[in-house]
Design a protein around this ligand. Structure first.
Ligand code: ADP
Length: 251
């Protein structure tokens, strides 16, 4: 499905990023694994090589312009082109009432979730524009299409990801570039484990947990399958779509 393609995946060291890297590698794509965390990124590369795929690791902080330019250059230098960009690295907010949101915490979330996603798109789009082809998938969240109690900063950052997705989709549609977003609900990752611990320790329990109609979190692999589809030519008529994959959570 993705034979001879090259993909960059950010936040590829765990969760949705790792599962999507393994999935797309399985479908034939070469993967540039990008993560802040060197050990987990290298482990993703090892898992790809183990299943017979091809991958390199680039350690980078997606919120830093020089790091973003470095992973984009590494992809072009190593594989010659960028067909797929899964712009996925993100951080969650500690649940907190609006007026209690720490200003530094607000900046941290905006830096990674908004600035990081923006910078990745900016530098990858330059390459894709020259190629006159390519596709981008941004990781938003159900918090990007509805508000979430006690997570206003996170919700704002993910609404911004939706805005960046739609804006770029309009501008680049005539250049053969598709840009879509995915909105996971609850996904079983290291990240949601932390949230679960918050609930356990008596923290605020978001209504979303009760709304998880399938009664379980998604496995990262269930998101990865959608990411691989959006990355493939099978999704050729999709651009600017915000694809909710939440087991019915937002119904
Ligand atoms: P999810 O799969 O739900 O997005 P995870 O916490 O499992 O959540 O994965 C997020 C990944 O993003 C982690 O591997 C983490 O190291 C990575 N990450 C977080 N912040 C940055 C950053 N600033 N730059 C690069 N990678 C980051």
């Amino acid at each position: 499905m993705l034979n001879n393609k090259t993909a960059i995946v950010t936040g590829a060291g765990s969760g949705i990023g790792r599962a999507s890297s393994l999935k797309m590698a399985g479908y034939g794509s070469k993967i540039v694994v990008v993560d802040f965390n060197q050990a987990s990124g290298e482990e993703t590369v090892r898992l790809i090589l183990e299943q017979g795929g091809e991958a390199i690791f680039v350690q980078a902080d997606v919120s830093k312009s020089e790091d973003v330019q470095r992973y984009v250059k590494a992809a072009v230098d190593t594989y010659g082109r960028i067909d797929i960009f899964f712009n996925n690295a993100g951080v969650v907010q500690k649940f907190s009432k609006f007026a209690d949101i720490d200003e530094n915490e607000f900046d941290r979330i905006m830096n990674v979730n908004v600035r990081g996603v923006f910078l990745g798109m900016k530098y990858v789009l330059k390459v894709m524009e020259e190629q006159r082809s390519g596709t981008i998938i941004n990781t938003a969240s159900t918090a990007g299409v509805k508000s979430e109690h006690s997570a206003s900063a996170y919700s704002a950052s993910k609404h911004a990801v939706v805005g960046l997705t739609k804006g770029a989709a309009i501008e680049y549609v005539k250049k053969g570039i598709r840009v879509n977003g995915i909105c996971p609900g609850g996904v079983e990752t290291a990240l949601t484990k932390g949230v679960e611990q918050d609930f356990m320790s008596g923290g605020y329990v978001p209504e979303e947990v009760g709304n998880m109609r399938m009664g379980r979190y998604a496995q990262p692999d269930e998101l990865a399958e959608v990411v691989a589809f959006l990355a493939s030519d099978r999704a050729s008529y999709m651009t600017g779509s915000i694809v909710v994959v939440d087991g019915g959570l937002t119904l």
